[in-house]
Structure formats: structure tokens, C-alpha cells
Design a protein around this ligand. Structure first.
Ligand code: PLP
Length: 442
């Protein structure tokens, strides 16, 4: 098919997510391989966003493609009510890598459904209804998950679910205090929210272990332990949303491994098989799983534990181990990305803060380093967002496609990216930042 036909079909028949259809012109992609995507005109870009921070193993990894082909020839689909070799094996492999005491997996198609089901499990387990979730979070686009979301994508849909209360997680840069102070502030605030809501009414605290789309916010030391302690004290289920950060993004199987905290439920999707086939799920603590030993679990999906998705998940974990992915993420993050971004911060007045870990970093961009005024206002669109739109354009012109959101640029390339590609992409961003430097107040 030629590009014109691809565009024509798309424009006439595809409704794109989160967009005013008349105001977008999606780039037609002809091929993607490794860390590169390309259009029909021969333009290539380094995929510094791993698409939606899901293509952890990059594009068209031959061992992933082979595993899917092999499974397709053997068994494409069998209903969730049957026992199936790849479904069971992947569940075991995930449980073996999850924190101690989380041994059971409920498979979904993606992240939103994982959070929907985790919330359902927490409510059934506690007999309570309320769920506390953070402002500046994203948990998915289905009814309860979008209501739990703490960013503007919630606004149009939040009336569809009840019992969600938002709180402020830690964000030291915006609070303008050191991490220790911010940790204490955020914990005291959460405790007060629990008290005012009535601890006995709160089923769960749902939080991204490290906030992804809303800023690559790594919790300060002690914060997650403090949340765990509050949950224990009040019989609240702790749900860690690891849809974006699970499976290697931070150089660990699960981000909670960095903090030594064991949640009661972990939700995952994206990186579990890099999106080669849609797959997500919830990992349950033994205590919560035990609740469904005699009582039926009142939830299900036609494609729960789809064999093609599970075969891709098994192949992915095997590739991670064979290729030493977790080790290389840690190495590239600390040896290449962090020093390069810090060097950029010293050179570009538009960079307010560099933060991140592994292959997941954010540059928070400002108009004024002293006041920390954001480069563009919260939720800016159209002309208000021009500095960010121009920055993204300048990056693309230089052959790199990063993720941008509000006043931030995120660096989240595939975990298989070569060091050379990584350095090339970072150099392109470095050059492109001249555009946003132009908006700094002098
Ligand atoms: N949770 C987090 C932290 C996410 O980043 C996302 C997607 O970006 C989701 C949940 C929703 O996942 P999905 O789009 O697969 O439903």
C-alpha cells in the first residue's frame, strides 16, 4: 500500500485516541525495527518514547516474532476456563520475579483493565468502597481507571465511577523543598486524607510506583515505606500500578524492588511483552488470592491469558535474561543518560530539573529557573503549547522522536537501544533544546 492510501483509510475510518480528528495528521509508518521507526518517504526516527513506553524490546525483535509465529501455529486461542501451558508458565515466571508472597496472576488485555480488576479485588477483599489515588497519575481509560487517573484526561469521564478520592503525592521540585521535607509532607497529607475520609471506608491506595506520563516522579526515600505502613495500620490494600515502569524500564523487574516495599497487588501490561500482543494483568498477594479459593472471583475477560500474548511474554522474559537487559538498563542509565542530561542542564537555561533512573528520564522545562515558572502552562494546548510543539518538531527534524507532555520531555527509548543510537538521540535533543532556550525570560 502506498502512503496516500494509508492516510486516506486512516482519515476516513479511524477515530484516534484523545484527539480532535480534524486537527491531527498521523504519520503513516511503513516499518519499525529495533529502536527505529520509518515513514513511506524514507524518513527515519529513533523511537525515544518506545511508542507509549511499551516497546521495551524495541520493534520486530526476531525472537519475539518467532515465538508468536510458533504459538500461532500450535494454538492461537483457548478460553480462560481451560488450563493452558503458556498461560500457566508465564504466570509462574511472573510470580517468580515478583516480590515474595505475590504468587497468583489474573491476566487482562492491557493496563486499564488490570487496574479495574485490582480495584475490584481490593473492594472485595476489604468490603470497603473508596479508593485513594494521586493527582498527577494515569491509570487507564476505562470507567474506574480513568476516574482514578489524576490528570486532565479524567475530566470528561470522571462521573462514571464513584468512591475515588485524589491526594497529592511527593513532587519535591514543584513543592520547592528538599526530598526529606517533601516525603514528610506527602505522608502527613495522605494520613490526613485517610482520617478525613474515614479509614474504615478506604479499600485501596492505588499509585504508580514511579509516576510515568505525569512526570517521571521518583518517590523520595521512605515515602513508599510510609504508605505501606499507613495501609498496614488501617487495613488498606496497596495497589502498585507498574503498567509503565514494570518489566525493566528502571532496570528492575518491578519498580517496587528499588524501594524494598511489597504491595498487595501489582498491575502490569506494556513491558510484559512489549506490546507485541496486547497483554496485562494483576499479581495478587497470597492473602487476597486466598479470598477467591472458595468464593468465585466475579470478573473475567474472553481474552484473559491469551496464548499469543502469553507466548510473547515468556519469550520476552527469556530475552531479558539472555541479553542481560536489566543490567544494561542500569548501566546505560547511569553511565550515559544521566551524565548527558545533566551536562545539557548545565548548558540550557530552559532545563529546570533532570530526574529519572534506568532508561526513564524527564527534563522539566521552565521559563525561569529561579521562579520555576513552567515553560508552558498546565494542560496547555494550541498556541499556549507552542514552545513544546516547536521543541518536538525540532527533535523530529533531527531524527529523534521523544515523548513530550505539558512542560516535560521524556527520554524512554527501547531497552535494547545501542549506546551509539542513545548518544545520537541525546545529541539531537541537546541541539533541539536551543528552541526552548529561546523562551527563557532574560
Ligand atoms: N497505568 C499506567 C501507569 C499507564 O502508564 C497506562 C498507560 O499509559 C495505563 C495504566 C493504562 O494502560 P493501557 O493503555 O494499556 O490500558
Amino acid at each position: 500500500m502506498d502512503a496516500e492510501r494509508v492516510i486516506e483509510d486512516d482519515r476516513r475510518h479511524v477515530l484516534h485516541s484523545w484527539s480532535a480528528q480534524a486537527k491531527i495528521s498521523p504519520v503513516p509508518i511503513e516499518w519499525a525495527r529495533g529502536s527505529t521507526i520509518a515513514d513511506y518517504d524514507g524518513n527515519e526516527w529513533l523511537d525515544f518514547a518506545s511508542q507509549l513506553v511499551n516497546a521495551n524490546l524495541g520493534h520486530q525483535h526476531p525472537d519475539m516474532v518467532a515465538a508468536i509465529k510458533e504459538q500461532a501455529e500450535r494454538l492461537c486461542y483457548i478460553a480462560p476456563s481451560f488450563a493452558n501451558d503458556v498461560r500457566g508458565k508465564l504466570a509462574r515466571m511472573i510470580a517468580e520475579r515478583a516480590p515474595e508472597g505475590l504468587d497468583t496472576v489474573f491476566f487482562t488485555n492491557a493496563g486499564a483493565e488490570a487496574n479495574e480488576n485490582a480495584i475490584r479485588m481490593a473492594r472485595l477483599h476489604t468490603g470497603r468502597h473508596k479508593v485513594l489515588s494521586a493527582y498527577r497519575s494515569y491509570h487507564g481509560a476505562t470507567s474506574t481507571a480513568i476516574t482514578a487517573t489524576g490528570d486532565p484526561r479524567r475530566w470528561a469521564s470522571e462521573q462514571s465511577a464513584t468512591g475515588i478520592v485524589h491526594f497529592f503525592g511527593p513532587y519535591a521540585y514543584r513543592s520547592g523543598v528538599d526530598e526529606e521535607t517533601e516525603c514528610a509532607r506527602a505522608l502527613a497529607h495522605l494520613e490526613e486524607v485517610i482520617t478525613l475520609e474515614g479509614a474504615h471506608t478506604v479499600a485501596a491506595i492505588l499509585m504508580e510506583t514511579v509516576v510515568g506520563t505525569n512526570g517521571v516522579l521518583i518517590p523520595p526515600p521512605g515515602y513508599l515505606q510510609g504508605v505501606r505502613e499507613l495501609c498496614d495500620r488501617h487495613g488498606i490494600v496497596l495497589i502498585a500500578d507498574e503498567v509503565m515502569v514494570g518489566f525493566g524500564r528502571l532496570g528492575e523487574w518491578f519498580a517496587v524492588d528499588l524501594f524494598g516495599v511489597t504491595p498487595d497487588l501489582i498491575t502490569f501490561a506494556k513491558g510484559v511483552n512489549s506490546g507485541y500482543v496486547p497483554l496485562g494483568g494483576v499479581i495478587l498477594s497470597d492473602a487476597i488470592a486466598a479470598g477467591f479459593a472458595e468464593q468465585p472471583y466475579p470478573g473475567g475477560l474472553t481474552y484473559s491469558g491469551h496464548p499469543l500474548g502469553c507466548a510473547a511474554g515468556i519469550a520476552s522474559i527469556e530475552i531479558f535474561e539472555r541479553e542481560g537487559i536489566l543490567e544494561r538498563v542500569r548501566d546505560l542509565g547511569e553511565r550515559v543518560v544521566r551524565p548527558e542530561l545533566e551536562r545539557m542542564a548545565a548548558a540550557h537555561p530552559c532545563i529546570g530539573e533532570v530526574r529519572g533512573r534506568g532508561l526513564f528520564f524527564a527534563l522539566e522545562l521552565v521559563r525561569d529557573r529561579d521562579t520555576r515558572e513552567q515553560l508552558v502552562p498546565f494542560n496547555a494546548a494550541g498556541p499556549d503549547a507552542a514552545p513544546m510543539t516547536e521543541l518536538l518538531g525540532a527533535c523530529k527534524k533531527r531524527g529523534v522522536w521523544p515523548f513530550t507532555h505539558f512542560n516535560r520531555l521524556h527520554v524512554a527509548p527501547p531497552l535494547v537501544i545501542t549506546e551509539q543510537e542513545l548518544r545520537t538521540g541525546l545529541a539531537a535533543i541537546d541541539e533541539a533544546l536551543a528552541v526552548t532556550d529561546g523562551y527563557v525570560r532574560t
